[in-house]
Write a protein that binds this ligand. Structure first.
Ligand code: KIV
Length: 280
């Protein structure tokens, strides 16, 4: 990546080379993402399930998001960082502004992401009016897991498709710099991509969006199970298990640490020390 992406450049990148977004939650992950040339790092509230051990994203707090976004910012100072507004942190325009302000001021986020379409337009307006770039998120929105009755592919009926397109157009008209489309049929995502003037970033939305985002653990093979749409591009889980297993076995057999991993003193110093021990 040559230059750091900004919300403005992101908007203008519509129709150019597809973008690769990745989630990250800590310093090391962010450093690696930046070195690999990831276009945009998303500090997703998926931190709740990937790094905090929750069953859903619902328990993630704004404090959690600020903390993880700060780690990521330090690891990837040159990469655009979008941070999620967690569940119930943007129920009103005022609350959305206060929550987003923390992500921007304390963690130096370049933009915030929130879930929902027409129902969150007042929140989007409040943020954009205060110069906080916003990324939308439509389709399978994990914060609505209860309302959706589970993590189910969305926009499969003609009415749901029409609603999603209207939501995407409304977000676009209110000034978002990008829209994440999650868990929707590929044809619907392609249609939305044609219908709006800002980049769509897909996850489980086929390959005709303006870019793709994956969760760090799914992308690198760290997860224990994978949704249909996720492709592990490496098998870090196995590599880590092999490494840890080798460590355990070398410790138990005393083959680690060997001489090359140990510190030494000179014979002279040692002998002097030894001869000075009581009883010598
Ligand atoms: O929290 C997250 O990781 C996300 C992506 C799945 C888009 O919102």
């Amino acid at each position: 990546m040559s230059e750091r992406m900004t919300a403005q450049k992101l908007k203008e990148s519509k129709g150019q080379e597809p973008q690769a977004w990745l989630t990250a939650y800590d310093f090391t992950q962010a450093q690696l993402a930046e070195e690999a040339g990831i276009d945009v790092i998303l500090v997703g509230d998926s931190v709740g399930t990937t790094a905090m051990g929750y069953d859903s994203t619902l328990p993630v707090t704004l404090d959690d998001m600020v903390y993880h976004a700060r780690l990521v910012r330090r690891g990837a100072p040159k990469t655009m960082m979008v941070a999620d507004l967690p569940y119930l942190s943007y129920t009103t325009p005022e609350q959305a502004l206060q929550s987003a302000a923390r992500l921007v001021k304390e963690a130096l986020a370049d933009a915030v992401k929130l879930e929902g379409g027409r129902r969150v337009l007042k929140q989007v307006d409040a943020l954009i009016l205060n110069d906080i770039p916003v990324v939308g998120h439509l389709g399978l929105t994990p914060q609505s897991v209860h309302a959706m009755g589970g993590y189910k592919v969305q926009a499969r009926t003609h009415q749901a498709m029409a609603d999603l397109v209207d939501d995407a157009r409304a977000l676009h008209d209110h000034g978002v710099c990008s829209v994440v489309l999650e868990g929707i049929p590929d044809r619907v995502a392609a249609y939305v991509t044609e219908a709006i003037g800002v980049p769509t970033i897909g996850i489980g939305a086929g390959n005709r969006t303006d870019g793709q985002v994956l969760v760090f653990h799914d992308c690198l093979g760290l997860s224990s199970r994978y949704p249909k749409f996720a492709k592990p591009f490496a098998n870090l889980r196995q590599i880590i298990l092999d490494g840890m297993g080798a460590f355990v076995s070398e410790v138990r057999s005393r083959s680690f640490p060997d001489d090359s991993h140990s510190y030494h003193v000179t014979d002279k110093e040692w002998e002097t020390f030894w001869n000075r021990q009581p009883g010598r």
